[in-house]
Design a binder for this molecule. Structure first.
Ligand SMILES: Cc1ncc(COP(=O)(O)O)c(C=O)c1O
Length: 420
């Protein structure tokens, strides 16, 4: 008994001691593990919509998804087959940091005319191709290779939020330039150079077709912007992730216009391979080695199976063009149906798979509007505030990468809901 009591006392003491130690460690961790200021980037609000939609679905509601910007179609058959075949032929170790040579060659070749909307004879040296873990990693590599901490880089508003968030996380200063309907919601030489005169810019990110607007820059406007920027010593980074998905007119790569521009592209959208996390860059020769060194250190290499799949995806043109025809059909359904439902005002629906609708007739709080539309109409869309902190409260982004039947259903539901 005594022995037991002594044992209990000892155990209590030990317990108290370990609790004390635990408290101390927690206190210490709080001071040691304070998140860095640079990690304090804003969240993506669309993810809140995704979570709310999932909650409703778990309660048995049917939701039409137009919130996340990804194709419902899976990776092309050729890509999946290539990976299946490769699985029997392991090991699948690291690859060259810049990517498998045959994939880099295939990407370079695609600029000579693989896609109707691109090449037509553009001769790109495969040595300038860098394979990346999605275009997202391409931005990190490009910004790290081209800019110093503190450098000012212009981005369009409304625009894809990670441009400014990645820049900020890397210590650069994103400079938000507002765009207007007069220029199809894209950056202009005048706005860029005016800002450059206020304080010099080191870079500018352009995107055509763009997210969230779905608008495109006419070829001449893009050419003027690239020339003006480079004449002023501003590095151009052209996000061409939605190339191949153009409906109003053809999207031309900035690689046509300059060997000094950094081109960023991806297998996520046209190729329907979001989850495979694979993209590429065309970089000026002077940046190849610095980017290779960065990639060696940051990632070693890009997932091998995804590289194998990506190379085979170039053989899927017919399948991918069919998917694109589906988007064109969806686009038509929305262009015809939304005005009848009361959403009469939206930006030119030129490319990608987004429609950016002005909802100010109904609400000037797009987050609240999107939440109610989800709850009451069962249609999930992204509030504009994700893309434009100021005017985004008047806009809603609808992604039309789903099935045509779903688009029809979305229009009907929105129509019924807005009519009350
Ligand atoms: C304009 C734009 N750029 C880049 C990306 C990143 O795509 P990923 O990293 O899948 O290539 C997206 C994703 O939605 C996008 O919309």
């Amino acid at each position: 008994m005594r022995h037991q009591r002594g044992g209990t006392a000892k155990a209590d003491k030990l317990q108290r001691g370990s609790e004390f130690k635990g408290d101390l460690m927690l206190e210490r961790a709080k001071t040691l593990l304070r998140p860095s200021a640079r990690s304090n980037v804003p969240p993506f609000m669309v993810m809140d919509v995704v979570a709310a939609a999932a909650r409703l679905e778990s309660q048995g509601r049917r939701i039409v998804h137009m919130e996340v910007g990804q194709p419902v179609a899976g990776a092309p058959v050729t890509a999946v087959a290539a990976v299946r075949a490769a699985l029997g032929n392991g090991p699948h170790g690291y690859t060259e940091a810049l990517g498998i040579a045959s994939l880099r060659q295939r990407i370079a070749r695609s600029y000579s005319g693989w896609r109707g909307s691109e090449g037509n004879g553009l001769d790109i040296d495969p040595e300038r191709i860098v394979v990346t873990t999605g275009s997202s990693a391409g931005f990190m590599l490009a910004f790290l290779a081209a800019f110093e901490a503190g450098d000012r880089v212009a981005v369009a508003v409304p625009g894809y939020p990670p441009y400014r968030h990645i820049l900020a996380a890397l210590g650069c200063e994103p400079v938000l330039l507002e765009t207007t309907a007069a220029t199809r919601w894209s950056l202009t030489c005048e706005a860029l150079l005016a800002e450059h005169r206020v304080r010099p810019l080191k870079g500018v990110v352009v995107a055509s077709p763009a997210n969230p607007t779905g608008t495109m820059m006419p070829a001449q406007a893009l050419a003027d912007l690239v020339r003006s920027a480079e004449d002023a010593g501003i590095t151009v980074i052209s996000d061409e992730i939605y190339h191949g998905l153009d409906y109003a007119f053809t999207a031309k790569t900035a690689a046509y216009l300059s060997d000094d521009a950094i081109i960023i592209n991806s297998f996520s959208k046209y190729f329907c391979m979001t989850g495979w996390r694979i993209g590429w860059m065309v970089v000026p020769s002077v940046l190849v080695r610095p980017i290779e060194r960065l990639q060696q250190n940051l990632a070693i290499s890009v997932p091998t199976l995804s590289q194998i799949a990506a190379e085979a995806a170039f053989d899927a043109r017919a399948e991918l063009e069919k998917v694109k025809q589906g988007y064109e059909k969806n686009r038509r359904i929305l262009l015809d149906g939304l005005p009848r439902a009361g959403l009469t005002s939206f930006l030119p629906v030129d490319g990608a798979f987004y429609l950016y609708a002005d909802i100010s007739r109904f609400s000037t709080d797009s987050f609240e509007f999107a939440t109610r539309m989800l709850d009451e109409a069962g249609v999930a869309a992204t509030p504009g505030v994700d893309f434009d902190p100021v005017h985004g409260r008047n806009f809603l982004r609808l992604c039309y990468a789903g099935a045509p039947d779903e688009m029809r259903e979305a229009v009907e539901r929105i129509d019924k809901w807005l009519r009350g």
